[in-house]
Design a protein around this ligand. Structure first.
Ligand SMILES: C[S@@+](CC[C@H](N)C(=O)[O-])C[C@H]1O[C@@H](n2cnc3c(N)ncnc32)[C@H](O)[C@@H]1O
Length: 135
């Protein structure tokens, strides 16, 4: 899923739209056979988000916008993941609030904060890799 057009990928279903919209959420729920209003019936092995907002160059604003997308992705993971599942999401160094880290830690067996070699050294982007979803 992306706001922008996605080039076709063999064997992959894609959706152009806003992940934070009801319409996009309904599409995902339908594809994954998830009930709209209930938790605890996840069907996904992994939820992965590489979403990032268009940065405006104002550090605080960019961090806040990234965190909003991370929270949306995390909320979706809580609903979509099977027990034992994995959540991977882009974050910013120093951007994750303690409250959100606590919440993520409480739902997964292991949580790692990773800066992959492919990520530019001067970029503040990093990834949260949480495995062993506990429900
Ligand atoms: C770092 S790029 C990654 C793009 C893609 N994963 C790739 O590797 O080519 C971040 C992407 O997040 C998308 N994005 C930002 N906000 C979004 C939202 N609310 N819903 C869906 N996609 C969003 C942007 O359009 C952008 O293409």
């Amino acid at each position: 899923m992306d706001l922008l057009e996605i080039k076709p990928i063999n064997g992959v279903e894609t959706y152009q739209g806003d992940f934070t919209s009801d319409e996009a959420l309904r599409w995902l729920e339908e594809k994954l056979n998830l009930p709209h209003d209930e938790f605890g019936q996840g069907t996904a092995d992994i939820v992965m988000s590489d979403m990032a907002p268009n940065t405006v160059g104002h550090k605080k604003t960019d961090h806040l916008r990234q965190m909003v997308l991370l929270e949306y992705a995390f909320d979706f993971a809580l609903k979509a993941l099977k027990v034992g599942g994995t959540f991977v999401a882009k974050s910013f160094t120093g951007g994750t609030t303690n409250d959100l880290i606590k919440q993520i830690n409480s739902h997964f067996e292991h949580v790692h904060h990773i800066k992959p070699p492919s990520s530019r050294k001067d970029s503040v982007e990093m990834f949260i890799v949480a495995t062993g979803f506990k429900g």
